[in-house]
Design a protein around this ligand. Structure first.
Ligand code: COA
Length: 379
């Protein structure tokens, strides 16, 4: 028998590597992205600047930004085989996150794939919005649109969904969202990506695995259900009754609680402010005001329900509100999260590739020992 090992179920509190990409202080409610507080950088950076910052550790200069933006724009078109796969997936109405996972793997078909990790990273970041938008159109019975190189990354995604050039406010709202979720410590999908790269596998494999991890409702799958709850409640007076009934049935309230934050998730404030600006500009605050009321009631009933666990608002609650305000359907919330988080997945892949060690924890065996083989007739 080996020495007694301390078991941390779910790896809670375990520090598995160092990173320069983001710092999550769960007690103080502070998130740094490459050294910048999230509220400082997310509402100001373009997504291209954010990706560069994560990959290089510095903000790009004008010439660097121009050539990087052009490089990403040049990588938007999908290979015919990727489109064929999306058509087959749409014919079977496969979940959009499964379609994204399958299509991500096809990026290995690009001639430059596998040549070096940065080439893979650029392929992934550039192609994700095109994949998500093409698949969404196919599900609606529409043909995918041809990407335009003259639009920014965020504007291109909105254009590829609708065929209309988005206005500047909408693009800013989406960029603020994508930047806000671009990286977040060793969350489950990022950890998945780093484990894969730690075996000296490639970034396309790593990001494909990360998409699978993001899909689950305990990670990236929460904003859709969070918005559904707000719609189900309908009017502020019904919030308490509906939320208490959910807790009574043993359900979790989506958009609340976090593995690391014990206070309000700072990303909720960045997205809440962006959502408020957006709804105010649109001239209809009804949904925004309802969501604020639902949030206040949820925090109160969660505190009563689990006084010993500090459950507060997480990023997903205001993600739902903002993305809905931007006109994105619920089915696109988690794939849009992936379009932002692929910045962090690739940055972690590069960091792991350059400096990381094989990630290989242990488990404690709790099964039987010393068993004897029984022939088939005797079982
Ligand atoms: N609603 C109701 N109860 C919740 C809750 C929520 N949103 N989040 C946690 N709890 C409860 C759990 O049921 C558990 O109770 P128990 O001890 O009686 O089983 C207790 O609080 C501790 O939860 P735990 O599962 O240990 O927390 P975790 O750190 O593993 O989970 C989340 C963190 C995010 C998975 C969890 O808070 C959750 O499921 N939230 C809802 C989904 C969501 O919004 N996900 C997006 C995350 S950004």
């Amino acid at each position: 028998m080996s020495a007694v090992l301390e078991i941390k179920e779910g790896l809670e509190g375990v520090v598995a590597a160092t990173t320069r990409l983001s710092s999550v202080d769960g007690e103080a409610g502070v998130l740094l992205l490459a050294g910048f507080p999230v509220e400082e950088v997310a509402p100001r950076a373009s997504f291209e600047e954010m990706v560069w910052l994560l990959w290089h550790g510095e903000l790009p200069r004008a010439a660097e930004l121009a050539s990087f933006s052009a490089r990403l724009a040049a990588g938007r078109a999908l290979a015919p085989a990727t489109l064929d796969l999306l058509r087959a997936a749409a014919a079977r109405r496969v979940d959009p996150m499964d379609a994204l996972r399958m299509a991500a793997g096809t990026l290995s078909l690009a001639p430059e794939a596998g040549s070096d990790p940065r080439a893979d990273a650029a392929l992934l970041v550039a192609a994700f919005p095109t994949i998500v938008a093409a698949y969404h159109r196919l599900l609606q019975g529409d043909e995918p649109l041809t990407p335009r190189a003259d639009l920014s990354h965020a504007a291109s995604f909105l254009y590829l969904l609708t065929g209309q050039e988005p206005d500047a406010e909408r693009v800013r709202g989406l960029e603020t969202y994508l930047n806000t979720v671009s990286d977040h410590g060793f969350n489950a999908s990022t950890f998945t990506a780093r484990v894969i790269v730690s075996t000296r596998s490639d970034l396309i494999s790593a990001v494909t695995g990360a998409v699978g991890a993001l899909k689950g409702p305990l990670h990236g799958g929460a904003p859709g259900p969070a918005l559904d709850t707000v719609f189900e409640i309908g009017t502020a007076e019904r919030a308490e009754e509906v939320l208490r009934a959910k807790l009574g049935r043993g359900e979790r309230l989506m958009g609340f609680g976090h593995r690391v934050y014990r206070v309000r998730d700072p990303r909720a404030d960045v997205l809440g402010a962006a959502a408020e600006r957006f709804y105010r500009r649109a001239g209809d605050m009804t949904l925004y005001d309802l969501a604020r009321a639902v949030e206040a009631t949820a925090l109160r009933v969660l505190h009563e329900h689990k006084p010993e666990r500090r459950l507060d608002t997480n990023v997903e609650f205001y993600t739902a509100l903002l993305l809905h305000g931007l006109g994105l359907p619920t089915a696109l919330f988690t794939p849009t999260f992936a379009i932002g988080r692929v910045a962090g997945w690739t940055a972690h892949g590069l960091e792991q590739h350059d400096r990381g060690r094989l990630i290989r924890p242990q488990s404690e065996y709790v099964g039987e020992r010393g068993r004897r083989w029984v022939e088939i007739g005797g079982r």
